[in-house]
Design a protein around this ligand. Structure first.
Ligand code: SF4
Length: 375
């Protein structure tokens, strides 16, 4: 293992449009590279330019806190922050990988987030996050915290093969129960499921059942990508060793393409499979509005709900104007409530969408959306 200390130029990443998967305008990565070494990790792919051997080498942004202090200080901002969760985690390195014990960058970043009173959404696979319960509770009381864990399934043996450096799914589930007991909202990112291994109806249902028992507030689901090059080569080597009979199946669904996506038919099949199970257990397949309704500005609230509607309709193979409408709204400078009479002039907004937007503006809810969310 090699640890390199590097100086970063910036820490906070701003999204052009609110990210409706995480309910976030801003994200941060304090490490580049990840000792957790998940076999399917797309941080390994060349497109992310992570130096060194992925899974063994990590770069630590040692000046991160100094920079973040400046970036989070509202007095230094020309354009005010958009209210949303600051996303900590995901990307090219888990914020709670083992070197966090020594550097404590995530802990110090959370202290700043708390000082400046932002809501935070954490995503990790590590139980080390329990160490920061004191700050997370404080943030939750001030402005809200969500703690999410990613899983490829709840099967400990499969996880040993594909997630060699992280606490077992059983330990992650226990940690979810721990945070729920402390009054903090928790989510499962069942992402990615591993084709033909953790995407079976039986294992998915088992995983959902365990997550619901642990108390999760939502489960966000997604399939796996395999980008040509390091990511795909590394994954297929492990697959050959443990599941050689599946190689041909993988060749059928992963044809060469820029994003490493599997076929549309395959994604559609597993999304529908998951949706059926989620509905059976009445667990939202997206972060529910009760966790963000009071945080977001009105335009962002509408964008997120429309994008969630779009997500569900696409799973059901239906055409949807909602993603397009959400995009049009994201380009607006003015609040939607000031142009109520002109909503239909926005691209993608027809009569039905207008009705949904008005309902959200007036009540903070959308009954059509709520039906899609939990069935
Ligand atoms: S924990 Fe996340 S970032 Fe780290 S190797 Fe696994 S998938 Fe990649």
């Amino acid at each position: 293992m090699t640890i390199r200390e590097i100086e970063a130029k910036s820490i906070l990443r701003k999204h052009k449009k609110i990210d409706s998967w995480f309910i976030s305008h801003y994200g941060m990565n304090l490490y580049r590279g990840c000792i957790h070494n998940c076999v399917y990790c797309d941080g390994r792919s060349e497109g992310y330019y992570v130096d060194g051997e992925f899974g063994r080498d990590v770069a630590v942004k040692v000046n991160a806190i100094e920079i973040l202090r400046k970036e989070l200080d509202p007095k230094r901002k020309r354009i005010p922050f958009r209210r949303s969760f600051i996303m900590v985690g995901g990307g090219v390195g888990d914020s709670y990988q083992p070197i966090e014990k020594k550097y404590q960058l995530t802990r110090k970043a959370l202290q700043l987030v708390s000082e400046y009173d932002f809501p935070v959404h954490m995503l990790t696979k590590s139980t080390l996050i329990k160490r920061d319960i004191d700050i997370l509770k404080k943030i939750n009381e001030q402005s809200r915290a969500i703690v999410s864990f990613s899983f490829s399934s709840a099967d400990d043996e499969i996880s040993d093969i594909f997630e060699p450096g992280v606490p077992s799914p059983a330990e992650r589930l226990e940690t979810i129960a721990f945070f729920k007991d402390e009054g903090i909202a928790c989510g499962m990112f069942l992402l990615p499921v591993i084709p033909f291994i953790t995407d079976t109806a039986e294992l998915m249902e088992e995983t959902v059942k365990k997550a619901v028992k642990a108390g999760v507030d939502f489960i966000v689901f997604g399939g796996m990508t395999l980008k040509e090059g390091r990511q795909k080569d590394y994954f297929l080597d492990v697959l050959k060793k443990y599941y050689p009979h599946l190689i041909a199946e993988y060749q059928n669904i992963y044809k060469e393409n820029r994003w490493g996506e599997a076929t549309r038919e395959y994604y559609s099949l597993i999304n529908q499979r998951f949706d059926r199970i989620a509905k059976k257990y009445k667990i939202p397949g997206r972060i529910p509005p009760s966790l963000y309704r009071d945080i977001l500005g009105e335009n962002d609230l509408v964008i997120v709900m429309l994008e969630h509607i779009d997500y569900f309709l696409k799973i059901y193979g239906k055409s949807s104007p909602y993603g397009y409408a959400a995009y049009s709204i994201s380009r607006l400078k003015e609040p939607l409530s000031t142009i109520k009479g002109d909503l239909r002039k926005l691209k993608g907004v027809g009569k039905v969408t207008e009705g949904i937007i008005m309902e959200i503006l007036e009540t903070g809810r959308a009954s059509y959306y709520e039906k899609l969310l939990t069935g």
